[in-house]
Design a protein around this ligand. Sequence first.
Ligand SMILES: N[C@@H](CCC(=O)N[C@@H](CS)C(=O)NCC(=O)O)C(=O)O
Length: 382
Amino acid sequence: MITFCNKTHLARTSFTLSQFSFKHTLPMARSALDEVSDSGSFVRTASTFRNSISRDPSSQFPAESGRYHLYISYACPWACRCLSFLKIKGLEKAISFTVCESCNVISVKPIWEKTKEGDEHRGWVFPATNSEEPGAELDPLNGAKSIRDLYELASTNYSGKFTVPVLWDKKLKTIVNNESSEIIRMFNTEFNDISENPALDLYPADLRHQIDETNEWIYNRINNGVYKCGFATKQEPYDEAVKQLYDALDKCEAILGKQRFICGNRLTEADIRLFVTLIRFDEAAEWYISSFVPWLALLEIYANSCLCSSLQVQQESVTRVSNLFNYTKDIYQIPGMSSTVNMQHIKRHYYGSHPTINPFGIIPRGPDIDYSRPHDREKFSA
Ligand SMILES: N[C@@H](CCC(=O)N[C@@H](CS)C(=O)NCC(=O)O)C(=O)O
């Protein structure tokens, strides 16, 4: 039985959202920092808004062009999964994002701030002007000051976390879904009539079983694994999470020595889900694994970490670096993917949003990896 540190926010709630009624029975937490059990382990609570957009025109949330909007933070790997799908499926016109000509995605500011007068909650906020923060934009739809405002617009008695991504329905003025693993499935199939890349299927029927199995261990040990390391408040759960993380990275490294992608030689959903953590891994390493490695790129030296000095790493040739690193570059170079990576937002968020973890908010220098450099992954193509 899990008990949460911040007991004031524990509530078993049900609430009404527009004309639809929702019930959830999980103990609710206000922020990831509240999701630590008495034994010091990070335990993530489930997302709350779980409706689906459907290609069926008679459904509650039909896949209509221009009706939906995705709110993200460039810092957040879960939100960037959704953004990645949006980009590579060619959904930019179908799901209206346009804020201004130079930037077509709404992202919040990277560092959490107070979201309201009257309580101490800190979370994602929008900038006060479009020029305040490169990569962050005012909310043009609802004039929200924070992501919390959107949740409070959608539900008057919501008591969970105010997370991104948020998939917003402009017509019903509500949140359709705030669970990235579900949003990416909708983006994969439900908008195919209006997507620019309908033929790309990232969850193909013949690989579903393998993708589901792969997602399971990658989620538990890597995607959520880095948070189990970062948010652990006791040594034992931290040690366990780090071991699981590195065992899983070893497993990926071995698999990627035999095939181009994690489920074979075809790009799938499982690759995008793995990529969003890998791309943050080296630059956020001190946060992810509490490792003090400012000039070493972990994925670069992953396979032969015992042999490399930082000088050697900087002079490396692609043949000496790990499969994981080359794989990360391969995915980054898929058209559209590099635009989902804003390293400034990533670093500023991880090192700046959690004063209990990094009290002085110092952002480590480096390693400034160039993911557009050559990789060796074509060797697996037919
Ligand atoms: N299950 C959600 C998790 C999303 C999530 O944890 N987002 C984090 C950012 S990386 C967040 O918004 N946290 C706000 C908070 O903890 O208060 C999903 O995959 O969509």
